[in-house]
Design a protein around this ligand. Structure first.
Ligand SMILES: [Ca+2]
Ligand SMILES: [Ca+2]
Ligand SMILES: [Ca+2]
Ligand SMILES: [Ca+2]
Length: 498
């Protein structure tokens, strides 16, 4: 069949052409001059294309036109712009096309608290939280010009996507109705899709039974929908205030929050407790005793760290000192973190900042008895290793020099290998000579500390590190960290760490 077809094709071709006889005696014309057809000579960057043939003098000859669309030679490497041109990633040529071979890393600091068109915020912004790859940052702001129609005169929670440059308001209904009260303290899922936040607006629900008491919501960026998180396992709204920053797991399923309600579940004392909401199963569990506040959740959702506030509480026998605990959802056990080597309570208050997937807790504390020779008289940053049950001090210089001023606010990667923290003083890095607050990057395993904001910058605070350790979001009081920052108020800056 194949031979017959080939012969038939030859016959047809021979009968084609312009039909004239070649007087010179050379080959008879087989095609009309100027016609083109697909050829068979390999061409292109990866020899995957074929040269077109053009009819000239009645004969088919290869043209210069290759039908190959490959943009690069296979296995070649290069770098390319990403995230709307604000970042760079490695690319490798795969089947003739450039394919990213690394995550996108910002080329430099970006002013994230801006409108989609780049307009700077007209009022202060704070409390950033960063997605796993650093591409989505959420924050709250009093600015009225980050989105159209912000006329509520209240803080709102916003979501800025570095991949597209888009800024959206999270604390509003999909219909466009804006909240009639403050919304604050956004936390974002690893993929940037979900945002948990608190709001005292009364019009984000059909019926807000606790009126202007704070509630916790979860926003879905895929649908624009809001879901009430501060509810009990029957779906009833909390009857008291849930007014602490909520903490959400990486997948957006678990949200830990503080509430003074008496129906989450039934609770006789109108005091604060920490609750864990499982949005998928629709259950809410109380995980702290009285006066539990300030929850921090591990990225995998297994562990929640919280503080027992100083007001009272069975777990804080030394009144006036807030102790720190970690709750394990796997066996419902609670362990006190803030203890000295003999198991005695910390002699100063402790504040949980971040908790790893293994349940290790990064916290700062006023205590002097958590490690030996803590004589600096300042807050320090500590790392509680759950499996080893040891506490180390991490707010030290690479050579071990102690902090000579206060330390607070920290965030860690999910494996605890990197810790970002805020500290005043001048003793933690050689290039810091000004006393105002700088941010430092501590490599816990290597024992190294470097300043990531310089003396040329104004104070920086509230670090949020991406899970991949490549970016940090921070609140910048000054204007030097990001270019084009001329608004004179605090902004959110996202910057590369390497
Ligand atoms: Ca507003
Ligand atoms: Ca409410
Ligand atoms: Ca100390
Ligand atoms: Ca600014």
């Amino acid at each position: 069949m194949r031979i017959l077809s080939f012969l038939s094709l030859l016959a047809l071709t021979a009968c084609g052409g312009d039909g004239t006889t070649d007087d010179s005696g050379s080959e008879p014309a087989v095609c009309d001059d100027g016609d083109t057809q697909a050829g068979s000579t390999a061409c292109g960057l990866n020899d995957r294309g074929t040269l077109d043939e053009v009819c000239s003098g009645g004969q088919w000859t290869d043209s210069d036109t290759c039908d190959d669309a490959d943009e690069c030679e296979d296995d070649a490497t290069d770098t390319a712009a990403c995230w709307e041109g604000v970042g760079t990633w490695d690319v490798v040529c795969t089947t003739g096309a450039w394919v990213p071979s690394s995550d996108c890393v910002l080329d430099g600091p970006v002013l994230a608290s801006s409108a989609t068109d780049g307009t700077q915020a007209d009022a202060q912004t704070m409390a950033p939280a960063l997605s796993a790859d650093g591409s989505v940052v959420v924050f709250h702001s009093l600015a009225t010009n980050l989105v159209a129609g912000d006329t509520n005169g209240a803080h709102d929670v916003f979501r800025h996507d570095l991949k597209t440059g888009e800024t959206t308001r999270v604390s509003a209904l999909a219909s466009g109705t804006e909240g009639n009260g403050h919304a604050m303290w956004g936390d974002v899922s690893a993929d940037g899709r979900y945002v948990a936040f608190g709001s005292r607006a009364t019009n984000l629900l059909t019926t807000d039974v606790n009126a202007t008491a704070w509630d916790v919501f979860r926003y879905d960026a895929d649908t624009g929908a809001l879901e009430l998180v501060s509810v009990n396992s029957d779906g009833d709204q909390a009857n008291g205030s849930s007014g602490d920053p909520p903490a959400m797991s990486d997948d957006g399923r678990y949200v830990a929050f503080t509430s003074a309600s008496t129906n989450l579940p039934v609770d006789v004392a109108n005091t604060f407790h920490v609750y864990l909401r499982d949005i998928d199963s629709g259950t809410t569990t109380r995980i702290s005793d009285s006066n539990g506040v300030s929850p921090v959740i591990s990225p995998n959702g297994r562990f929640v760290s919280f503080q027992i506030s100083v007001a009272s509480g069975a777990r804080a026998p030394e009144l006036g000192v807030a102790q720190l605990y970690v709750y394990d959802t796997q066996d419902q056990s609670t362990t006190q973190v803030s203890v000295d080597g003999t198991g005695a309570d910390a002699d100063g208050s402790s504040y949980g900042m971040s908790i790893t997937n293994d349940g290790d807790v990064v916290f700062y504390s006023q205590a002097t008895n958590l490690v030996a020779n803590d004589v600096n008289g300042n807050n320090d940053l500590f790392y509680w290793d759950k499996s080893a049950d040891t506490i180390t001090i991490e707010s030290v210089a690479t050579d071990g020099t102690a902090a000579n001023d206060h330390v607070f606010e920290a965030d860690a990667t999910p494996d605890g290998s990197l810790v970002l923290f805020r500290a005043g003083g001048t003793s933690l890095a050689a290039d810091v000579t000004q006393w105002f607050d700088h941010l430092y990057l501590r490599d816990v395993a290597a024992g190294t500390t470097v300043a990531i904001t310089s003396d040329a910058d104004s104070s920086a605070r509230e670090p949020s590190v991406s899970a991949d350790g490549r970016h940090v979001a921070l609140t910048a009081d000054g204007s030097t960290l990001a270019t084009h920052d001329t608004n004179g108020v605090a902004d959110i800056v996202v910057m590369p760490l390497d």
